[in-house]
Design a protein around this ligand. Structure first.
Ligand code: SPV
Ligand code: MG
Length: 289
């Protein structure tokens, strides 16, 4: 086990133990992870949605574990921050989760997150039925994952989609308790509600000493400080970077297509020197433009 590998997991654990909320920024490659670090976030969320979108593919369990892992590793290499990798349903059953943990840990990823939907899953915000596997089966996946890790620091986050699937609060809490007892290091309670009410209620009833993780994509009016006050340890900004990038790229391309010359967009884009700097180009190859 390399020092680097254990230190990023240890750093994530230390962050989880702090009083302040950990802000994890969604990313899909080394560049977006580096931008997230420079913007001041404390962790990277290797988002399944973002990585899938970067292939122009739906977030529907289409990419292989290797593709997700390669993307997460590129993010890890580009930042000093710990990477939490979104591993969807864990790529199959308990054995697949164990295989994922072994490989993600070996390649330096600080932790992974798995969710209790059936495989193949579809993104939580898709207008489709969101079906869950039995809690007992998901607990087996968690146990298999925890048994597979080498360092005690590696973090396994269990995500329940109970509320997304239309189940009630008791079901969400029961599932989360089952997952925590199976060894999950944190619980991600997901919600597609436009209001934070249900995740706040969940947090108010949470009675185990296992940190909570939130993803305020739809209930985005809530401030980080309110999530912290409600008992959340982590906030994941899962996709805002990608959505900003798409908007920026679209506007630039439209202007270029209209203008018919590069000069048309020069004002709205970064100089080549900034690209060089971001990618760590050596001084020898510094931009001459
Ligand atoms: C992701 O970023 O891939 C997530 C969060 O899992 S969500 O899109 O809200 O499901
Ligand atoms: Mg995902």
């Amino acid at each position: 086990m390399s020092t680097e590998r254990s230190s990023k997991s240890r750093r994530l654990r230390a962050l989880l133990a702090e009083d302040t909320i950990v802000r994890a920024m969604g990313a899909h490659n080394g560049l977006t992870a580096r931008l997230a670090e420079r913007a001041g976030f404390e962790a990277i969320w290797a988002s399944g949605l973002e990585i899938s979108a970067s292939y122009a593919l739906p977030d529907q369990s289409l990419l292989s574990m290797t593709q997700f892992l390669d993307a997460a590793e590129a993010m890890d290499a580009a930042t000093t921050l710990p990477v939490i990798a979104d591993c969807d349903t864990g790529f199959g059953g308990p054995l697949n989760v164990a295989h994922a943990v072994a490989n993600y840990e070996r390649r330096g990823i600080a932790g992974i997150c798995i969710e209790d939907k059936i495989f193949p899953k579809i993104n939580s915000f898709a207008a489709a039925s969101q079906d869950l596997i039995p809690a007992v089966d998901f607990a087996e996946k968690i146990e298999a994952g925890k048994n597979a890790q080498v360092s005690e620091d590696f973090v396994l986050i269990a995500r329940t989609e109970a509320l997304v699937a239309g189940q009630d609060m008791d079901e969400a809490l029961d599932r989360a308790r089952t997952y925590a007892k199976a060894g999950a290091d944190a619980i991600l309670i997901h919600s597609k509600s436009r209001q934070p009410r249900e995740i706040l209620e969940f947090a108010s009833q949470w009675d185990l000493d296992v940190p909570l993780v939130s993803v305020p994509t739809t209930y985005n009016s809530i401030h980080e400080s309110e999530l912290r006050a409600a008992g959340f340890s982590v906030v994941i900004y899962a996709n805002q970077g990608l959505r900003g990038a798409i908007k920026g790229i679209k506007a630039t391309l439209a202007e270029l297509a209209e203008g018919g010359r590069g000069e048309a967009v020069e004002e709205r884009i970064v100089p080549m020197s900034e690209v060089f700097e971001l990618q760590g180009m050596t001084a020898k190859f510094e931009s001459t433009v």
